[in-house]
Every structure is written in structure tokens, then in C-alpha cells.
Ligand binder design. Structure first.
Ligand code: SF4
Length: 164
């Protein structure tokens, strides 16, 4: 199976209720050869409209932190643990995460990143794939809003570049 095949499966997926309130699935975005994968919680309203991950306010904040650390977003894969928007951007429920997480596992196995950064407590629930290094940090939307979390997020990305 190719990445395009997997994206197509995600777009047609009806394994949980979330597709019903979505305009678009957001499988993820990036090249098929990567060293780094970033994983958030679920697409928000802007991402749902665009069918692309992290294009709203928190995406702009993430882009700025990546640029500050000389990490090129074009060279990494960005996705979420859940591939459809949630009603009113609530946290995905455990059954929605269980239904969707096999797609993330397939993406990791297919793309074979050296490091996967799990952003936020919901993403931290992702099962680990053997041979891949996982780093937990806070979600960019929390980092944007709270000084302490911003400090942690910025520190984690500052050390990340050296480990790639
Ligand atoms: S959130 Fe995931 S499991 Fe649920 S319908 Fe969308 S792609 Fe399928």
C-alpha cells in the first residue's frame, strides 16, 4: 500500500462518528521520506475546511517555532491522532481514538521517521512503533496560550534539531 492509498482509505473512512460533522478528512501532509513526524490531537475548523493539518492559528505558531529552529516543515510529516474534526473541537473520545489510531500506526510504519513528536496529552496516547524514538511535548495551541507551556514547547523543539 502507498501513502496515497492510505490517504484515500482515511478520506472514505466511516469507522467512527466523526466523519459526519466534517467537511474534509485531514490525513496528514508531508513527503514520503522523512526523519521527523509531528502528531497533534485532531484537525480544527480551519484544517477541516482546508483538508490540511495545522493551517490555523496554532499551525502558524508551530511554523514560527520550526523556522526559529531551522526545521523545514516541507521536510517533515504533520498529522493528528484523529483524522476528522471533532464537534466544537472537543477532545476525541477513547473509542474515536481507538478507531483512528491504526491509521497513525500505518503512517509511522510506512514513513519510518527517526523521531515522532507527540504534541499534547491526547497524542501521548499513541501506541509506540518499535525502532522509532518518541518525544512528548505540549500541544501548540496550549503553548500559544500559556507561558510555562510555551517555554517547554520551545525548549523541546530547540533540542529536537540536534537529535535529528
Ligand atoms: S476520525 Fe478516524 S476512525 Fe473516525 S471516521 Fe475519521 S478517519 Fe475514520
Amino acid at each position: 500500500m502507498t501513502l496515497d492509498d492510505l490517504n484515500e482509505q482515511i478520506r472514505k473512512c466511516r469507522k467512527c462518528r466523526l466523519w459526519q460533522c466534517a467537511k474534509n478528512a485531514v490525513p496528514g501532509e508531508g513527503p514520503d521520506t522523512i526523519r521527523l513526524m509531528l502528531v497533534g490531537q485532531n484537525p480544527g475548523g480551519e484544517e477541516d475546511k482546508a483538508g490540511r493539518p495545522f493551517v490555523g492559528r496554532s499551525g502558524k505558531f508551530l511554523n514560527a517555532v520550526l523556522a526559529k529552529n531551522d526545521i523545514d516543515r516541507e521536510e517533515l510529516f504533520v498529522t493528528n491522532i484523529v483524522k476528522h474534526v471533532t464537534p466544537k473541537n472537543r477532545n476525541p473520545s477513547p473509542d474515536e481514538i481507538s478507531a483512528c489510531v491504526p491509521y497513525l500506526i500505518s503512517q509511522v510504519k510506512m514513513l519510518k521517521p527517526k523521531i515522532v513528536v507527540l504534541m499534547g496529552a491526547v497524542a501521548w496516547q499513541a501506541p509506540r512503533v518499535k525502532g522509532v524514538e518518541y518525544i512528548e511535548t505540549v500541544h501548540p495551541s496550549a503553548a500559544m496560550r500559556f507561558t510555562k507551556m510555551r517555554k517547554r514547547f520551545e525548549e523541546d523543539f530547540a533540542t529536537l534539531k540536534k537529535r535529528l
